[in-house]
Each structure stands twice: as C-alpha cells, then as structure tokens.
Design a protein around this ligand. Structure first.
Ligand code: FAD
Ligand code: SF4
Ligand code: SF4
Length: 425
C-alpha cells in the first residue's frame, strides 16, 4: 500500500513537471531517478498508466528487454505486465521509455559521434552517400541498395559480430515480420527487404542476452534505435544495461516516416484482388509500389494509404534515426540506399565493407534534392510537441484524427517557423 502511494507520488511529480512550462524536458527523468537511491517504486505501474494504457506506446520493446525479472510479454505491438508482481522496483522500464522523455543530453558523447560533425537537419553525421551492392557481394534482393544486409553479412564473415537483431517475414504473410536474431548469412538474407508494418526486431535482444550471443548488431526503425540507446546508456547501470552497452557493436537505423497496419496491407490486397500472401514486396517512393508474386507491379496513392498509418507513430519525432551509428533509407536514386554515417562505430563498419568491393557509392552532394528532402522530412517530424505532451489515443479518437502524419499539419511549434509540408517517402 505504501508502495502504491509512492508510485502515485512519483507519477504526480512527473505530471507536474509536464505541466510546468518552465521545466526542462531533459530533467523530467529526475521525477523517478531521485527515488532510485531510496529503494525505488513500482515503476511498471507508472509506465502502464502514463504510456501504455493511454495508447501512447510506440512498441519499441525497450521496457520489456531491459526488465531484469521478465515482467512483460509483448502482445499486439505493446508490453503487457503479465508478471506484474515480480517487479523489483529497479525503475529501468520507465528510464528507458522514449515516450516519457527525450534521450539524455549526453547521448551524442556516449555514442561517440565521428568528428567533424555536420548537421544539415537530419541529425548529426560525418558523411553521407548513396550505396548499392555490386556483383562481388553475396546474391540477395534488398529493399533499396541492399547495404543493410550486405553490411551485416560482412560483419558476420569478419567475426565482428556473432549475430544481428533483425526481423523475418511471417510465413504466408510476407508484409508482416517477427523479431529474429540472425547468426548466419542465410538468415540475414531471409530477413532482407522492408516490411512497412511494425516489426518488433528489438524483442530478440532478450534471446541474444540469454544465449550470450555477442557482439551483436541491431537493425531498427528510429523508435527502436532510441529504445536501444536508452538501454545502453541508462543512468541506472544494472547488469542488464551493461550487457547492452558492452555487446551492441553497431546500431543501424532505418529512416521512417511511419509504419502501417496489417489492415492497410489487407486493403491493398483487396484493391488488387489478390491475397496478402501474394504481395511480394512494398516500397514507398512518393507512392505505394506493390510487387506481386505473378511479376506485376502496381502503384497506389500514398495519400489514400495514409489512413492506414499506425496511430502510435504520432508519438515519434525521429525520421532519420538520429541516434543510430548508421542511418539508412530509400530516398534518392532508385536501387540505392541513402547512407548517413554518424559515429566512429558506423564509420569503422562502413569503411570495412567498402574495402571488399561489395558496394559502390554516389557522393551525397551529387543528389542535393534527396539530401534536402531528407532534411525537410526530418524537420517535419520534429515539428511536433514531445510525445509526453501530446493527446492520448482516446483524446485523438474524440477529435476524430488518428493520422500521425497530418495530426499536427498546419500547427506551428512555439518558437519555430512552420515546417509543414507533404512527406513523400
Ligand atoms: C516501417 C519502415 C518505414 C520506412 N520508411 C522510410 C521512409 O519514410 N523513408 C526512407 O527513405 N526509408 C524508409 N525506410 C527504409 C527503407 O525501406 C530501407 O529499409 C532502407 O533503405 C534500407 O534498405 P536496404 O536495401 O539497405 O536494406 P535491406 O538489405 O533490404 O535490409 C532491410 C533490413 O530492415 C529490416 N526490416 C524490415 N522491415 C522492418 C521493419 N518493419 N522494422 C524494422 N526493421 C525492418 C530487415 O529485417 C532487414 O534487416 C523504412 C523502412 C521501414 C521498415
Ligand atoms: S514505448 Fe517502448 S519502452 Fe515505452 S512502454 Fe512502449 S514498448 Fe515500453
Ligand atoms: S514512425 Fe516512429 S514510432 Fe512509427 S514505426 Fe517509425 S520509428 Fe517507430
């Protein structure tokens, strides 16, 4: 009972900070961190009340993979506190949740950005280029230039990693994916290409840790990248956080405007009078490009497909995976992966594959339109209030707008000019 009161107290302290216009969001975490030396509180309750129940959970799985006593299951893209009574008051689940607060200010130092650092509006980076695999690389079909999978295979071959946290398509439902830790070239190839639904790669971190598969690389969309970074560099340094810090060698972030629901995939299948299983691949290039098993390629309007955007993606302000070691996306020339090298680890991995002749590149500045588009799309997502200050899912249902891309359209973030525009990828 006393513990319940303490949880209420910490929660109330946090909410007071949210309401205080003069509070610094980087200090919101002290609402719970100040309890740590006093034995902690039932953080799982606060996480459920503040993030999951109000529908604000982005599904990154960080709370689940950091929990030292396995309190959570992962069901329908969110954590469920199945073993709630097992909680040991460590506070890690709230400390790693990217919805509750922005990442710590010292994260750029922690991830060791490569100098000199540039920032053109899509997060700090050292250099960028457009990359595709060559004939010398193993044969596989990637989503864009195939750099992501080629780099993972190369790192495995070199012994730089023992496994890669990726995802693999669900059998018979190829636009849905499940988390997987790939330890062979074949498994990496099986996971290649993008599924534009939510694929919770990072859930596989638990298996990597339990099986002591290390070092590892992690591939994820930006919300997953932030969840991983919060786990690696949480100020609460329990063994589990240390394992991630010591053994995650490379974090590859995929650019992401939003992901879509399975209903959206079903609607495309219905429109084309095929089954979901017959949709071989989807790419988004200002329009929805659908490849079917029978070889046909069909295009659909991205604007119309927008109604199937995943509502939880509103609570995400990162397009270009600003906190990854390497950011990858499909903007730019067809068949190339837009590649942004951010950190020392990213540089080392990229230079290593470059030496093999497996990839060829176009300098970023040769494609200024793509570079500028990336900056615009990134700014567009950043031009939102912090997730903790946004309306809940229920409030959005009442307002009648669940569309993450357009919810803040026309809205001007105080102190900024309006960066409103159409997102095209
Ligand atoms: C949901 C989603 C939205 C995206 N939105 C954009 C965008 O708005 N603009 C843009 O430029 N690029 C976007 N991308 C990135 C783009 O689709 C490619 O993933 C990227 O260019 C890398 O291509 P590649 O050929 O190098 O990767 P590949 O070698 O084909 O490897 C792709 C990797 O991504 C993993 N993966 C597949 N689906 C998912 C998923 N749903 N979640 C997490 N990991 C996954 C695979 O397991 C594989 O490891 C998005 C990707 C996803 C998954
Ligand atoms: S956003 Fe991530 S860390 Fe926060 S509750 Fe959801 S799954 Fe857990
Ligand atoms: S938009 Fe953000 S929350 Fe949604 S899938 Fe992409 S990275 Fe995750």
């Amino acid at each position: 009972m006393e513990l319940d009161n303490l949880t209420d107290e910490v929660h109330a302290r946090y909410q007071k900070l949210l309401r205080d216009e003069n509070s610094d969001p980087n200090e919101w975490a002290y609402a719970w961190r100040s309890e740590y030396n006093r034995g902690g509180f039932k953080a799982v309750d606060m996480l459920m009340r503040e993030v999951v129940t109000p529908g604000k959970c982005v599904g990154c799985a960080a709370c689940l993979t950091i929990c030292p006593v396995d309190v959570f299951d992962y069901v329908e893209e969110k954590p469920v506190d199945t073993r709630h009574d097992a909680c040991v008051f460590c506070e890690l689940c709230v400390d790693v949740c990217p919805v509750l607060r922005p990442v710590d200010k010292d994260l750029p130092e922690q991830i060791k950005l490569k100098e000199p650092i540039q920032d053109l509006g899509f997060g700090p980076f050292n250099y960028g280029c457009f990359v595709r695999v060559t004939e010398k690389a193993p044969k596989f079909v990637g989503q864009d230039g195939g750099l992501c999978s080629a780099l993972l295979i190369h790192m495995l071959n070199e012994g730089d990693i023992e496994g890669a946290i990726i995802g693999t398509e669900v059998s018979g439902n190829p636009q849905m994916g499940t988390a997987n830790i790939a330890t062979t070239e074949e498994e990496i190839i099986a996971g290649a290409r993008s599924r534009y639904t939510y694929q919770p790669n990072t859930v596989a971190l638990v298996e990597a840790m339990k099986s002591d598969i290390k070092p590892i690389a992690v591939v994820g969309v930006p919300c997953q990248v932030d969840g991983v970074r919060q786990q690696q560099f949480s100020s609460i340094r329990l063994d589990v956080a240390k394992w991630y810090q010591e053994n995650i060698k490379l974090v590859i972030g995929l650019f992401c405007s939003e992901s879509f629901t399975e209903d959206g995939i079903q609607s495309l299948a219905d429109d084309l009078e095929v089954t979901k299983a017959e949709i071989k691949n989807i790419n988004i290039k200002g329009k929805v490009v659908i490849q079917l098993d029978d070889g046909r390629e069909e295009n659909k309007s991205l604007k119309a497909f927008g109604k199937y955007a995943r509502p939880a993606c509103l609570y995400c302000m990162d397009y270009a995976a600003d906190n990854a070691d390497i950011g990858l996306g499909g903007i730019g020339p067809d068949g190339y992966t837009f590649t942004v090298i951010r950190t020392e680890a990213g540089h080392e991995a990229y230079q290593s594959i470059l030496k093999t002749g497996w990839i060829e590149e176009i300098p970023m500045d040769d494609e200024p339109k793509a570079r500028d588009l990336l900056a615009r799309l990134s700014k567009y997502k950043r031009n939102r209030p912090l997730p903790a200050l946004m309306p809940t899912l229920e409030e959005r249902i009442e307002i009648g707008n669940l569309d993450p891309k357009n919810f803040y359209k026309g809205w001007v973030k105080p102190g900024t000019e309006n960066q409103d525009q159409e997102a095209s990828s």
